[in-house]
Design a protein around this ligand. Structure first.
Ligand SMILES: [Zn+2]
Length: 133
């Protein structure tokens, strides 16, 4: 059973602070649902620890203020950044890498959070990598 809320993927502190309507279009919502069904829910069920989405969907304005790339998958609802209580990004990535969970990209960002993306029928399944310090 799915127990994610779409609001977990839409809520944005940057949007609130800047009074921006961070509402996804229908195609982004569709992508977000796939991300939940194929990545986030299976990760939650596999690891069984509180999972915090730190950044999900980003409209153009939010993405710009967040310093995201202009072609960021967050713009299309294809990516989320998350943390899991009591685990560091490499530990999380190792578990996902060794599971049968399908993804497009899996990135350790600054050793602070994990970025995961999913693109239905077009997953590149790139080897996990790390950016930042
Ligand atoms: Zn990200």
């Amino acid at each position: 059973m799915l127990n994610f809320k779409m609001s977990e993927l839409i809520k944005s502190d940057i949007a609130i602070q800047n009074n921006i309507n961070n509402m996804p279009d229908i195609n982004s919502l569709d992508n977000m649902l796939n991300l939940i069904v194929f990545c986030l829910q299976p990760i939650r069920e596999l690891i069984k620890k509180p999972m915090i989405i730190t950044s999900g969907f980003r409209c153009q304005k939010v993405n710009f203020l967040a310093g995201g790339k202009t072609n960021s998958q967050h713009l299309k609802g294809e990516a989320v950044d998350f943390k899991i209580s009591g685990m560091n990004p490499s530990q999380i990535i190792n578990i996902i890498k060794n599971s049968n969970i399908e993804y497009d990209q899996l990135i350790n960002e600054y050793d602070k959070w994990v970025h995961i993306s999913f693109v239905k029928d077009k997953n590149r399944k790139q080897p996990p990598f790390k950016i930042g310090a």
